[in-house]
Design a protein around this ligand. Structure first.
Ligand SMILES: Nc1ncnc2c1ncn2[C@@H]1O[C@H](COP(=O)(O)OP(=O)(O)O)[C@@H](O)[C@H]1O
Ligand SMILES: [Mg+2]
Length: 426
């Protein structure tokens, strides 16, 4: 080919040689384009690789930046990824843990830990929450909530599970403190009621016993009995005085409070445990509510009691609206659920200590709430009928000083409430 070409180039006029030059040029251009195209592709591929590496790095940074534990396992419970926080808890590094079966790490066994919520996520394809994971051996973590979320392939099969391990020690501590306050307040309240009831007859018993004692001759043997009665009455009076002092200790410690802030804290406290209960919390908190005087912990307890009741009334799920508004000189907090509502018979006993319709109930939630609200100079009303859900309205006066609260507790005030809301009003 080349010999013919050369011959032709030498032997033929230049006009005939032109097409050959054109072919060569086209070839050259083609090669150049091909080379350029290849190079462009290589540059693009390198750029893509850099972008992928960058995204991976960013994802890794997010994964490791989360201070709660994160771990991804496949259907064989092999660790696909684990973040730094979880690896640090396990005294290891992510590199050391990836590729190992997670049950070897967590429950030191040879098959998936029984209490692992990922079983259910793999079986149902749904998120699952368990509180307090306990393993027979290995890591016992009672202060954690473990959530598992499914990772699905394009056919919708759950191929991996993401486990989110949240340390809830502080929340558990706060909950148990609040329960203690609830019990103390409830028991203190009841003891104070009993003390009040006993004190008056006891004054009569003591008074008459003293008269009898003084009316008896000095050598009358019955004086021994009357003096025992007097001694015992004095002892009982002392016990009652102590009870009433305990009751005074439960008075609120007043400081400026933001009601919305308190509700947000309660919300945070509750929302963690609600994933499984299918209850939706909806907030409608008014802007610019004034600061008032109150006891943060006690108010938190009061709102928690009412919202917990709403949650417990809807075991199959439902919605709870929490709203705040200013109404005259009151801040009104309304907790409204769309649960089964309250019948007239239950409504009549709602604030009676130890009245409960729940198996695990204490019957202290509502009386304690009432007590707290009244100690703030406020009031509470519940309007409910079977099948209509339950709105609970708590009104707290807007006050600037502790003496003003005391004045309201003693002498009351007429809060602005519509006339038709009288059921369950305290
Ligand atoms: N939102 C509500 N919906 C339905 N019933 C309620 C609601 N709130 C309170 N109750 C009823 O009032 C009872 C007393 O409540 P509470 O004093 O908080 O005690 P406990 O919650 O321990 O039962 C409950 O057992 C329940 O029957
Ligand atoms: Mg309750």
């Amino acid at each position: 080919m080349l010999a013919i070409g050369v011959t032709a180039a030498r032997g033929v006029p230049w006009v005939l040689a032109m097409p050959l030059a054109g072919v060569a040029a086209a070839l050259l251009v083609g090669i150049a384009i091909g080379w350029l195209f290849g190079r462009a592709q290589r540059i693009l591929a390198a750029q893509k690789r850099r972008e992928i590496a960058k995204s991976k790095q960013q994802l890794r940074a997010i994964f490791d930046g989360i201070t709660d534990g994160l771990i991804i396992v496949d259907r064989d419970f092999t660790v696909m990824a684990v973040n730094k926080a979880e690896a640090a808890f396990l005294g290891s590094t992510p590199q050391e843990l990836v590729g190992k079966p997670c049950y070897e790490i967590y429950c030191r066994g040879d098959r998936a830990c029984e209490s692992c919520p990922a079983h259910e996520t793999f079986a149902t394809g749904k998120p699952v929450l368990v509180s307090k994971i306990e393993h027979r051996s290995g890591y016992h973590r009672t202060g954690v909530d473990v959530y598992t979320f499914p990772v699905k392939d394009e056919d919708g099969r759950t191929v991996q599970a993401i486990q989110y391990i949240k340390d809830v020690t502080d929340r558990l501590k706060l909950q148990s403190q609040l329960r203690e306050v609830e019990q103390m307040t409830g028991i203190g309240h009841m003891a104070a009621n009993v003390a009040h009831e006993i004190r008056n007859p006891l004054i009569a018993v003591g008074g008459f016993a003293r008269q009898l004692h003084e009316g008896l001759d000095a050598d009358d043997p019955r004086r021994e009995f009357t003096s025992i009665i007097l001694e015992e009455v004095t002892r009982l009076e002392q016990i009652l005085r102590e009870q009433l002092t305990l009751e005074r200790h439960l008075q609120p410690v007043l400081a400026p409070v933001e009601v919305n802030r308190i509700l947000k804290d309660v919300w945070k406290l509750l929302s963690h445990g609600m994933l499984s209960s299918r209850v939706r919390l909806i907030g409608d908190l008014a802007d610019g509510l004034p600061v008032t005087m109150g006891d943060t912990n006690q108010l938190k307890q009061a709102f928690l009691n009412v919202i917990s009741n709403a949650i417990q009334s809807m075991p199959d799920g439902g919605r709870i609206e929490i709203s705040t508004e200013q109404s005259g000189q009151m801040i009104v907090v309304t907790v409204r659920d769309n649960g089964p509502g309250i019948s007239k018979e239950i409504m009549d006993k709602l604030f009676v200590p130890f009245f409960t319709t729940r198996k695990a109930g204490s019957g202290l939630g509502m009386p304690v709430t009432l007590r707290i609200v009244e100690n703030h100079g406020g009031n509470i009303s519940v309007d409910s009928a079977p099948g209509e859900g339950t709105p609970v309205r708590i009104s707290i006066p807007i006050v600037r000083s502790a003496p003003e609260v005391e004045h309201r507790v003693l002498y009351g005030d007429s809060p602005e409430v519509p006339n038709d809301e009288t059921a369950g009003r305290r």
